[in-house]
Design a protein. Structure first.
Ligand code: HEM
Ligand SMILES: *[C@@H]1O[C@H](CO)[C@@H](O)[C@H](O)[C@H]1NC(C)=O
Ligand SMILES: *[C@@H]1O[C@H](CO)[C@@H](O)[C@H](O)[C@H]1NC(C)=O
Ligand SMILES: *[C@@H]1O[C@H](CO)[C@@H](O)[C@H](O)[C@H]1NC(C)=O
Ligand SMILES: *[C@@H]1O[C@H](CO)[C@@H](O)[C@H](O)[C@H]1NC(C)=O
Length: 600
């Protein structure tokens, strides 16, 4: 009401060329002021009336209309804080220094620092979701939503990403075709192999289970973290079907004397298979989609064997325990082993750090760390690591095309676990960052991710850069060192501030000799470490031997390795690692002493 009166007054004054009103006309009376994404440094934009906003700068360390003016101590901290690229450079160079640090208490001190600095970037308890761009009880309480770190771009803005950029965004198919689809396979310079790639997919799909039938931004994985739901199912009903109900074990079948997941005929749970695959041939696994890829079936089999192996060990220790207690305790051991392997081997490999990472929950006991986790939509978007996938699969002298590999239920049992582990450990995975490295077969998944992010109104890449304490890029040329990519993006988006989140992560210039660029690390690591250490088993009341069935179980957790997961559950011990064998890494090490000066 009032504003329309004001509007008319302005219209009148405008005729008289009153400058004060002209400025207002454009910015306020028509456009939602929060579309300007005005609030900096984690400030919260709140709309008042229809043309006014306020930034809530409480506890941001900044003040002023847009939370841009630093308080004194913020200024000091900002001055002292090293840039992420400097920290990364130190962590990935100076082997002699780390050789010393690895053996001193400094290792623990630095590990604690890594964990706290990273997880402080993740709000806990969680905040927004796809329905609520403001805090609400529903958003906190309803676990069916993924959370999100930044609220959606308001939906009444002049352009898709607020006020900047063109009226329309580039066609997602065109984006993927020009910039993301692979021309020739580019191996990961860090040496990642398919054992790593399938681990990534297997591990993350226990908590990334987008539930599009319920609506956009929903998840089926209500535990929001490492619950081993991919082994035990995401509901009690499913779990009960998968259990043997004897000695805590899971159902299984023997093929050529080796243990595999049971058939769906024996454990009647819904699995996603193409039509026509009979239940006797379908394998029953916690995660319903894991029948589709032999790499996922391989890990499912390894964890199944590990679960039943641990049950046997605990049963010897506790002959009086019933099936239920053996099952439940073994599940906690499996979760513990998973986190141990993820931090000390998977993240260690991915980071390229020479600091030897340590899974030790006691590091956080005297900090303000909050136990708990909520999976974020941005984390799910960010983890679309399809460039890892090769062009074909080399197993035991055979080359399998995608058509022969995907949905093929016989690959797993035809070769057996040893041969698959060996093959996947020797075959290089693709570099994730740098663009043009997604095999055509999975390129449409990237199209889907981009479409999803638009429907969910994800904020621009540069806003996420700022949210994770990184400087926003000022040009496409600064963002990418690939002439063709920078040029195409310039043409497609026009403004670096409207570059989208997922294309930003995949197309950013990679760090020297690294699997991806700065943003993937600086945004991915906080989600990852918060999720791993926020697990209840890491909290003071859980993290003790009795939780895991006593010293024996606790020792299993604390000494878990990828190699043991494989070799304690197979007859022969194949080559097993997250990177291709050293002699195959001809490119590695060469770039080690190169520095990109603009990085520092
Ligand atoms: C040949 C191998 C693969 C195929 C055929 C494949 C296929 C797919 C498909 C069809 C989707 C669903 C897309 C949609 O609903 O829009 C998807 C989602 C996804 N994929 Fe893959 N993928 C493969 C490998 C990988 C790998 C190695 C990773 C590494 C982490 C990965 C990470 C993801 C993630 C995070 C999602 C989103 C899941 C969710 O939110 O529910 N994928 N993939
Ligand atoms: C705050 O942001 C708005 C919108 O971007 C801008 O017009 C205004 O000048 C900014 N105010 C200050 C004090 O920087
Ligand atoms: C320190 O840890 C890193 C990472 O695991 C490793 O590369 C390096 O060889 C270690 N140094 C020593 C002396 O353990
Ligand atoms: C969560 O929200 C969805 C969508 O509004 C609703 O269908 C569902 O019942 C809610 N779940 C709970 C537990 O309230
Ligand atoms: C499935 O895999 C087996 C074993 O590797 C192979 O012989 C067969 O050709 C594959 N089936 C299809 C339909 O490609």
């Amino acid at each position: 009401m009032r504003s329309s009166v004001l509007g008319s007054v302005c219209a009148l004054l405008l005729l008289l060329r009153e400058p004060a009103c002209r400025g207002d006309e454009v910015t306020s009376s028509t456009v939602n002021p929060c579309c300007y994404l005005p609030c900096q440094h984690w400030g919260v934009c709140v709309r008042y009336g229809d043309d006014r906003y306020e930034c809530d700068c409480t506890r941001t360390g900044y003040y002023g209309q847009n939370c841009t003016v630093p308080e004194f101590w913020t200024r000091v901290r900002e001055f002292l804080r090293p840039s992420p690229n400097v920290v990364h450079y130190i962590l990935t160079h100076f082997r002699w220094l780390w050789d010393i640090i690895n053996h001193t208490l400094l290792r623990e001190v630095l590990m604690r620092l890594v964990l706290t600095v990273r997880s402080n970037l993740i709000p806990s308890p969680p905040t927004y979701n796809s329905r609520y761009g403001y805090l609400s009880w529903e958003s906190y309480y309803n676990l069916s939503y993924y959370t999100r770190i930044l609220p959606p771009v308001p939906n009444d803005c002049p352009t898709p990403l607020g006020v900047k950029g063109k009226a329309g965004l580039p066609d997602p198919e065109l984006l993927v075709e020009r910039l993301l689809r692979r021309r020739t396979f580019r191996p990961d310079p860090q040496g990642s192999n398919l054992m790593f790639a399938f681990f990534a997919q297997h591990f993350t799909h226990q908590f990334f289970k987008t539930y599009n039938r319920m609506g956009l931004g929903y998840t089926k994985a209500l535990a929001h973290g490492v619950d081993a739901g991919h082994i035990y199912g995401d509901s009690l009903e499913r779990q009960l079907h998968l259990r043997l109900h004897r000695d805590g074990k899971l159902k299984y079948q023997l093929i050529d004397g080796e243990m595999y997941p049971p058939s769906v005929a024996d454990a009647p749970v819904k699995m996603s298979y193409p039509p026509g695959v009979p239940p006797e041939v379908q394998m029953a696994i916690g995660q319903e989609v894991y029948g589709l890829l032999p790499g996922l079936g391989m890990y499912a089999t390894l964890w199944l064997r590990e679960h039943n192996r641990v049950c046997d060990i605990l049963k010897v220790e506790h002959p009086t325990w019933d099936d239920e207690q053996l099952f439940q305790t073994t599940r906690l051991v499996i979760i513990g082993e998973t986190i141990k392997i993820v931090i000390e081997e998977y993240v260690q490999h991915l980071s390229g750090y020479m600091l030897q990472l340590k899974f030790d929950p006691t590091l956080l006991f005297n900090t303000h760390f909050q136990y708990g986790n909520r999976i974020a939509l941005e984390f799910s978007q960010l983890y679309h690591w399809h460039p890892l996938m090769p062009d074909s699969f080399f197993i035991n002298g055979d080359e399998l095309s995608y058509t022969q590999f995907l949905f093929n239920t016989s690959v797993l049992t035809h070769y057996g676990i040893e041969k698959l582990v060996d093959a996947f450990s020797r075959q290089a995975a693709g570099q994730i960052g740098g663009g043009q490295n997604i095999n055509s077969v999975v390129a449409k998944v990237a199209v889907g991710a981009i479409k999803e992010s638009r429907e969910l109104r994800l904020q621009p890449f540069n806003e996420y850069r700022k949210r994770f304490n990184l400087k926003p890029y000022t040009s496409f040329r600064q963002f990418s060192d690939n002439e063709e990519i920078a040029h195409a993006l310039e043409e497609l988006y026009g403004d670096i501030d409207t570059l989208e989140f997922y294309p930003g992560l995949l197309l950013e210039k990679t760090r020297v000799g690294a699997i991806f660029g700065e943003s993937m690390v600086e945004m991915g690591a906080p989600f990852s470490l918060k999720g791993l250490m926020g697990n209840p088993i890491c909290s003071p009341d859980y993290w003790k031997p009795s939780t895991f069935g006593g010293k024996v179980g606790f020792d299993i957790v604390n000494s878990a390795t990828l190699k043991k997961l494989v070799c304690l559950n197979t007859r022969t011990c194949p080559y097993v690692a997250f990177s291709v064998p050293k002699e195959d890494q001809s490119q590695r090490g060469k770039d080690d002493n190169e520095v990109r000066t603009d990085e520092l």
